[in-house]
Design a protein around this ligand. Structure first.
Ligand SMILES: [Fe+2]
Ligand SMILES: [Fe+2]
Length: 271
């Protein structure tokens, strides 16, 4: 599925959606202004705006942009807790990791173009690599400071923990943004490769949490939002149909979304 122009929601509607997320997580005015200040350059980028559309779903019918900003909001709130304030957590960087963590290339459900030949290159394993590559491609200014760059890279690469990430080990990765990967600066590429090879190595995977607190906080927020908050919201809207979306995690096919019959046909023929 190629990048398409966003023609469905106005910018005002998208801003309203984010403000509703802030309301849900009980932001006061001051924190709301601060949060908008941090996310502004990423949120208003055309690639992010595209991911706010309903036809770029992440979990069931929650758009990718909605999921990402929810993670960023939860991350912000956790960083404000006394124990983290006392530990000098870099709140801005933690929120930026959240804003970048799932910026993968293509919608992953009911989309034949997002499939791969080898199961070890499945979307669940490879998308953190696509996300960090797109982030460096679209937002290079965040990677100029090398200490911050390492925190962001390691946070994005290991955000799925305790789920493993594809280790960059010389086998084809089947990335959907190979061209962007090929042209990122060599020092940043080395950081990505090293990060993806840290921790427990199992076949083509690496399993470990981020080595930085900012990344670990963000990874926790991701689980809270995806497993608890989004599920409750979806249950309210869709009832028990919600659970039909869970099999998509393994198959990439979601009965609750358009294109299900077509993707099942596609899967049958490629076996
Ligand atoms: Fe993810
Ligand atoms: Fe996520």
């Amino acid at each position: 599925m190629a990048e398409r122009e966003c023609t469905f929601m106005s910018e005002q509607e998208k801003i309203k959606e984010i403000n509703n997320i802030l309301k849900k997580y009980k932001f006061n005015n001051k924190d709301g202004v601060d949060f908008w200040h941090i996310i502004n350059p990423i949120f208003f980028n055309e690639n992010f705006q595209r991911r706010m559309e309903k036809d770029f779903p992440h979990h069931d019918d929650v758009s990718l942009g909605h999921h990402i900003v929810s993670d960023a909001a939860v991350t912000y709130k956790i960083c404000q807790k006394k124990k983290y304030m006392a530990a000098n957590i870099d709140k801005n960087t933690a929120v930026i990791i959240a804003m970048m963590h799932d910026l993968y290339t293509l919608p992953w459900q009911n989309n034949p173009e997002n499939f791969q030949e080898y199961s070890f290159n499945g979307h669940g394993y490879r998308h953190p690599i696509e996300a960090i590559v797109n982030s460096i491609d679209w937002f290079p200014e965040y990677f100029e400071d090398k200490a911050k760059a390492e925190k962001i890279i390691d946070g994005v690469i290991h955000h799925m923990f305790p789920f493993p990430v594809r280790a960059i080990d010389g086998f084809d990765l089947e990335l959907k943004n190979t061209e962007a990967y090929d042209k990122i600066p060599e020092d940043l590429k080395q950081m990505i490769i090293e990060s993806s090879n840290r921790g427990l190595k199992i076949k083509h995977f690496s399993l470990c949490p981020s080595k930085f607190k900012e990344g670990r906080i963000m990874s926790f927020s991701d689980k809270k939002v995806a497993i608890i908050d989004d599920t409750i919201e979806s249950l309210r809207k869709n009832g028990f149909k919600t659970f039909r979306g869970i099999t998509a995690l393994k198959t990439g096919a979601n009965k609750n979304l358009d294109g299900y019959e077509e993707i099942q046909e596609f899967r049958k023929h490629r076996k």
